[in-house]
Design a protein around this ligand. Structure first.
Ligand code: 5AD
Ligand code: SF4
Length: 442
């Protein structure tokens, strides 16, 4: 009988891609995926450690599997991803019923590790970082699911060492895939019915910066824009410091590139930006935003903001609010600063109270929610192109898709529309999505 695996994924889009690779490897070993740990022979968590809360969640989740393991000692439990990379062997010590730990560079080792557990009941841990060349060959196949949109990794790792961030420590140095591999992958996805790809990397602007022999990121976008059958192209995430004029111009010249950019600014205070080691000032950032809006007046921005960085004063925080008002983001992910082991900021003095931080966080959220609501409201009564992705969970006979600004639209329509771009009139604007009605098929 086929063995069953249950896989839960936390954190960013990179982990989503890694989980697709894990699923493909396990399928190759004769496993099939199930939706609950109760019936599984193997339970895997693909984890995130970007903030303390995400990390604690992993231990909470593991606790849920203990009673199942008590009943069925043959159940294999494993942890991969960023917490696994950071904690290594310590996780096996802390969690007595855990069988294996595999780091961010070791997904390809999963079959061997599993075999050791299955055959010898030998608990295993592998968190070795691989060098650039080995790592480049470690982009295993992914599961092939029918879907209109897919992520495609173009680079991994980060060399920026922002002072608060654990990513460079758990994902290692930057490496870029070859443009020919990426183009081939996108072409094969398009042949399978994919219509939109999001190019992924911790910092896509660093794509091939260390390799003069292959194309730059803007050139890669141009190559992908030219692939027949692909309708839309997105990318995430860009570091403002490396956002070049050439890349900004792509928003004016590439017809498939969606009019949306996620451009984290983290803080509006130059003093804090310096302590964060971000490599730009608020004025540099605003200058790039102005150029983006000039090249593509319809562009909408989203961002990430950290509140409560060590030593942040009311004046620093006010600069963040000012920047939010100036840029007018369509949406923002706001985070309370969370000290991370091994990072430079974790050693910085911090004299603010938790209450002070929370109050600032709430003020920022209020402001952003008001701006978001105003921006989304401008879509009301507009007829917008929507790429239809699938059946909607909102109700019988409804499908959903996204606008160029990545906003979900639910509307009454046939499943025949899936994979097509159609014109939809926006009739209602909710906090997280729009409702519309089909205007005409394109
Ligand atoms: N504390 C709070 N937020 C963080 N981020 C990264 N590290 C931390 C941290 N230590 C946020 C940043 C980043 C997003 C992915 O997570 O805003 O852009
Ligand atoms: Fe972390 Fe900064 Fe690298 Fe982004 S650019 S992954 S915030 S170190």
């Amino acid at each position: 009988m086929k063995k069953a695996f249950y896989l839960e994924t936390f954190g960013c889009q990179m982990n989503v891609v890694d989980s697709e690779q894990i699923a493909a490897l396990l399928t190759g070993l004769g496993y099939h995926q199930v939706g609950s740990a109760e019936n599984a022979d193997l339970v895997l968590l693909n984890t995130c450690s970007v903030r303390d809360k995400a990390e604690r969640k992993v231990y909470g989740h593991l606790g849920r599997f203990k009673p199942i393991k008590d009943k069925r000692p043959d159940l294999i439990i494993g942890v991969g991803g960023c917490v696994a990379q950071q904690e290594g062997e310590k996780m096996l010590e802390k969690v007595s019923y855990l069988d294996l730990v595999f780091g961010t560079h070791n997904i390809h080792r999963l079959p061997e590790l599993l075999q050791e557990v299955e055959q010898n009941r030998q608990r295993g841990c592998e968190t070795t970082f691989h060098d650039r060349d080995t790592r480049l060959n470690l982009f295993p196949e992914r599961t092939v699911q029918e879907s209109v949109t897919r992520f495609v990794t173009v680079m991994q790792g980060c060399d920026n060492f922002c002072s608060y961030c654990i990513v460079p420590h758990v994902r290692g140095r930057e490496i870029s895939r070859s443009s020919s591999d990426i183009v081939a992958e996108v072409k094969s996805l398009v042949a399978q019915g994919v219509r939109e790809v999001t190019l992924l990397g911790q910092n896509v602007n660093s794509y091939n910066l260390k390799n003069d022999e292959d194309v730059s990121f803007p050139q890669l976008l141009e190559l992908i824009n030219g692939i027949d059958g692909l309708q839309r192209l997105r990318f995430a995430t860009s570091h403002p410091k490396d956002l070049t004029a050439e890349l900004i111009n792509c928003f004016g010249s590439l017809d498939k590139l969606c009019k949306h950019i996620h451009l984290p600014f983290q803080s509006g205070s130059d003093r804090i930006l310096k302590l964060m080691n971000r490599g730009y000032t608020a004025a540099d950032y605003l200058d790039k935003v102005a150029r983006l809006k000039l090249v593509c007046p319809e562009i909408r921005l989203t961002t990430d903001i950290i509140v409560g960085f060590p030593g942040e004063t009311e004046t620093d925080f006010q600069a963040t609010l000012d920047l939010v008002e100036q840029v007018r983001y369509a949406d923002a992910f706001t985070f309370l600063y969370s000290p991370r082991i091994e990072t430079a900021a974790a050693k910085m003095a911090d004299d603010q109270s938790a209450l002070q931080k929370q109050q600032r966080f709430d003020r920022l959220l209020d402001l952003q929610q008001q701006i978001s609501a105003e921006i989304w409201e401008t879509d009301s009564d507009q007829v917008l192109p929507v790429l239809v992705e699938g059946e909607s969970r909102q109700g019988e006979g409804q499908v959903f898709g996204r606008t160029t600004w990545n906003r979900i639209v639910n509307f009454q329509g046939s499943t025949d529309l899936i994979g097509k771009t159609v014109a939809v009139k926006i009739t209602k604007v909710f906090r997280n999505s729009h409702v519309g009605e089909l205007a005409e098929a394109e």
